[in-house]
Design a protein around this ligand. Sequence first.
Ligand code: APR
Length: 179
Amino acid sequence: MTERGFGGRRIRLVQGDITRCPADAIVNAANSSLAGGGGVDGAIHDAGGPSIMEELDRIRGQGCPTGSAVMTGAGDLPAKHVIHAVGPRWRGGGKGEEQLLASAYLSSLRLAEKAGAAVVTFPSISTGIYGYPVEKAAPVALGAVSEFLKAEAKAVREAQFVLFDRFTFAAYEAALGAL
Ligand code: APR
């Protein structure tokens, strides 16, 4: 299953590069110091240009604890906003990773909602450098987003997960079907 409706809204799964997917808000998998990095963080800053980091430099002092998110402009990306969300590092499970991962998605959706974003794109937060097993992360991510779409969403009409490789895509496809 690659897309599913939730209360008149929907989740779609796409395989590709999130920096090439137009959206109202693109979510970045950032770190708590908002310092940029590799992975999708590096791709977003490379494609979006220096204005994104310049804006982060101005708000860095407020910090961005794990499970939270901040929003900036999108520079040269095909979007109005970038939402920098900080997911948890995988520490073997049972150390609050699940709650923090769900919180990173929810914090992002609430910022997108405030900004009036209709379409929000997500990478698979925490399943790269942060080592969260994707087969464990996918149900948590899809569960948090689908619950938001059913219970809280007003402006947000579609959440797209843009998954970088076939393995990750397949894990989310299985999890979406099992929701
Ligand atoms: N588009 C979509 N997905 C991507 C892209 C891209 N251009 N590049 C990487 N990904 C995927 C990875 O394959 C992985 O599935 O995004 C997912 C998240 O991986 P990371 O980017 O490594 O993010 P994360 O695991 O959350 O680690 C965050 O990495 O880059 C640093 O600054 C970042 O410290 C932070 C940490």
